[in-house]
Design a protein around this ligand. Structure first.
Ligand SMILES: Cc1cc2nc3c(=O)[nH]c(=O)nc-3n(C[C@H](O)[C@H](O)[C@H](O)COP(=O)(O)OP(=O)(O)OC[C@H]3O[C@@H](n4cnc5c(N)ncnc54)[C@H](O)[C@@H]3O)c2cc1C
Length: 337
């Protein structure tokens, strides 16, 4: 008999997990308290790599490796199947002011990551030519369409209540609107809200970290690669839009945007790309990253409930990590029988 899986959260992590689960023949219901693909996964910049990979633990990099290739293939499938182009581009990333060039270069060589030392305006920089980007709002829109076409049951605007059961097994999910949903397995992929769903409100392991971005209109000047300097980046989409980000703010579940962030991002953007001074900022937004210690997510079976799986806490790199993380969860569920 076909086994049922309920996935709680329709961000990139929940959507890619659902994508692999249907591939394996599971019957999937995806629930979201909002509309699917409208939270952190929508708000991000879509860079498919850690920003300075040599500064992260192996666990983080291992989850990120291979992601650009996966999204390249997925984009082709989604374009063909849904008509929506997620705009995967291998734009490369230029990095200014690396603290220790020699260490960065030897780390990349050891990990088989192509890296070049280049001069830009008489400044020595590092260039990672294989870093790719994706237009995440379009990716999410395409994935949503694809999943619906492939018979996932999508339940939007259904807030799942904290999961509790007296046994070592969850029998059903309850939503605030009174819906009860039974499945064989449950996957928590609720991003910054995961501690609530996991009923760990007093001791949250995952906490929201707000990130703000600003957007310039489509400009005629080309930014041929992503630029990164001092924890700040500029990304250009295919139609010429420029994104500049991002902040890292520990302000709870407040999704507001601030004048201070706008000003600081604008200053950094215009100092890195002076031509932006000729354009007005056209948009600003924020998203809540699922913050975790060291950017290390929890991708595992629940410590108490044998049919509950956690795919949470991908912090700054959830788009990048989602494919590997989702594969791990699918394999764990398949092993369970
Ligand atoms: C400004 C910014 C820039 C970023 N840039 C990048 C980048 O360039 N590259 C990269 O890899 N990552 C980036 N990130 C990080 C990345 O966006 C996140 O790590 C990733 O989106 C997390 O995905 P998620 O699916 O876990 O969370 P989300 O996308 O937030 O999805 C979680 C979903 O769960 C739902 N949910 C929550 N609680 C419940 C409940 N009780 N019941 C039902 N549904 C529920 C929510 O409504 C939401 O849709 C960025 C993030 C921000 C904010």
């Amino acid at each position: 008999m076909t086994k049922k899986v309920a996935v709680i959260g329709g961000g990139i992590v929940g959507c890619i997990t659902s994508f692999f689960l249907i591939e394996k023949g599971y019957e999937v219901t995806l629930l979201d308290q909002n509309a699917v693909g409208q939270e952190a996964s929508w708000a991000g910049a879509g860079i498919l790599s850690p920003l300075l990979p040599w500064n992260y633990q192996d666990t983080v990099n291992n989850l990120c490796f291979g992601s650009a290739d996966f999204y390249h293939q997925l984009s082709e499938i989604l374009k063909k199947d849904t008509g929506i182009d997620p705009e995967w581009i291998e734009s490369g990333m230029l990095i200014y002011d690396v603290n220790d060039n020699d260490y960065a270069i030897s780390w990349c060589q050891k990990n088989h990551i192509e890296i070049q030392q280049v001069q830009v305006d008489r400044t020595s920089c590092l260039f990672l030519p294989l870093v790719a980007q994706i237009r995440n709002p379009r990716l999410l829109k395409a994935l949503k369409t694809y999943l619906i076409k492939n018979n996932i049951v999508m339940m939007e605007h259904q807030k799942v209540s904290p999961i509790v059961d007296s046994n070592d097994f969850i029998h059903c999910l309850r939503t605030e609107s009174g819906l009860n949903l039974e499945a064989d397995y449950y996957v928590v992929a609720s991003g910054a809200w995961s501690s609530y769903v996991l009923n760990e409100i007093d001791m949250p392991k995952i906490k929201p970290i707000r990130g703000q971005l600003i957007q310039y209109p489509s400009i005629k000047e080309k930014l041929p690669y992503i630029i990164y300097k001092d924890d700040f980046y500029l990304v250009q989409r295919q139609d010429g839009l420029i994104l500049a980000g991002s902040t890292k703010e520990d302000v709870g579940f407040d999704k507001g945007i601030t004048e201070e962030a706008r000003h600081s991002l604008q200053q950094k953007a215009e100092s890195l790309m002076p031509v932006l001074k000729n354009y007005n900022i056209e948009n600003q937004w924020s998203g809540l990253r699922p913050g975790s210690e060291g950017n290390v997510p929890m991708i595992e079976k629940h410590h108490k409930y044998n049919n509950v799986y956690l795919n949470v806490g991908h912090y700054r790199y959830g788009l990048t990590m989602a494919p590997k993380a989702a594969r791990i969860i699918c394999d764990l569920i398949t092993l369970n029988g």
